[in-house]
Design a protein around this ligand. Structure first.
Ligand SMILES: [Zn+2]
Length: 244
């Protein structure tokens, strides 16, 4: 599998990461767009023809993870004149996003509601979902193919762990919005320390941190995560691709 970061800015788009949460996961001929944060559709188009997309996962309705679904809808429906693109999302996402299109998604997407413990399949990639601890109905997602596993935490506070999917993932992409010294109450997100601790507890082989609050120094977040994880940590930056 290959993971390409499309956006990694925490909660709002700002330098250095600029675009909000979005990832392209590929294996074989399968292309999945995971989270449609603002700015990520344009970045996705730099990596694959959008017509080659096989499906979408939206982990929760918060705009920094979802709003670029509007652009995909317009392109898929009117530009490409395609329909029935699989879209996996937890309950409540569709109704929240209805306002983007006055409730008329037409037949652009096949909306597939997912919840804690659900297993799905899209082409060559298997998907599993776990409800995280975040105010919106949010799922983390595990993507696996050819014996390799990656976990994307989406948004969560420290009560949830990637170990919910079992230990030993090849890659954990963990949100790390805050740093220990600047964890804003209420605690709706991981700190970089939380990301490191949780990934270590889950025996992750590699850790990448993302969704960093733009006012923070990401290099300091990496150091904090590395100290807790006990190994090197990768910083998610747009257009970074890694093999899983
Ligand atoms: Zn959120």
């Amino acid at each position: 599998m290959e993971l390409t970061v499309l956006g990694s800015s925490g909660s709002y788009g700002a330098p250095p990461a600029s675009t909000c949460s979005g990832y392209l996961v590929r294996h074989g001929s399968t292309n999945i767009w995971v989270d449609c944060g603002n700015g990520t559709l344009a970045n996705l188009a730099r990596h694959i023809p959008i017509a080659d997309l096989d499906g979408v996962v939206i982990t929760h309705h918060h705009p920094d993870h979802s709003v670029d679904i509007y652009g995909l809808h317009v392109l898929w429906r009117y530009g490409l004149q395609r329909e029935h693109l699989p879209l996996f999302a937890p309950a409540g996402v569709r109704s929240k996003l209805d306002a983007l299109v006055d409730g008329d998604w037409g037949t652009t997407f096949d909306w597939i509601e997912v919840a804690d413990g659900d297993k799905e399949h899209l082409g060559d990639i298997a998907l599993r979902f776990s409800r995280t601890t975040h105010p919106a109905n949010t799922v983390a997602v595990e993507l696996s193919a050819a014996g390799r596993r990656m976990i994307y935490t989406s948004d969560t506070c420290s009560e949830w762990s990637p170990a919910e999917f079992g230990t030993g993932a090849d890659l954990v992409v963990a949100e790390a919005t805050y740093q220990r010294a600047v964890a804003h109450p209420p605690h709706l997100h991981y700190t970089a320390h939380d990301a490191g601790v949780r990934a270590r507890e889950a025996n992750a082989k590699r850790l990448m941190i993302t969704h960093i609050w733009p006012m923070l120094d990401p290099a300091a977040s990496v150091l904090e995560a590395e100290e807790a994880f006990g190994d090197r940590v990768t910083l998610a930056t747009p257009h970074l691709s890694v093999h899983v």
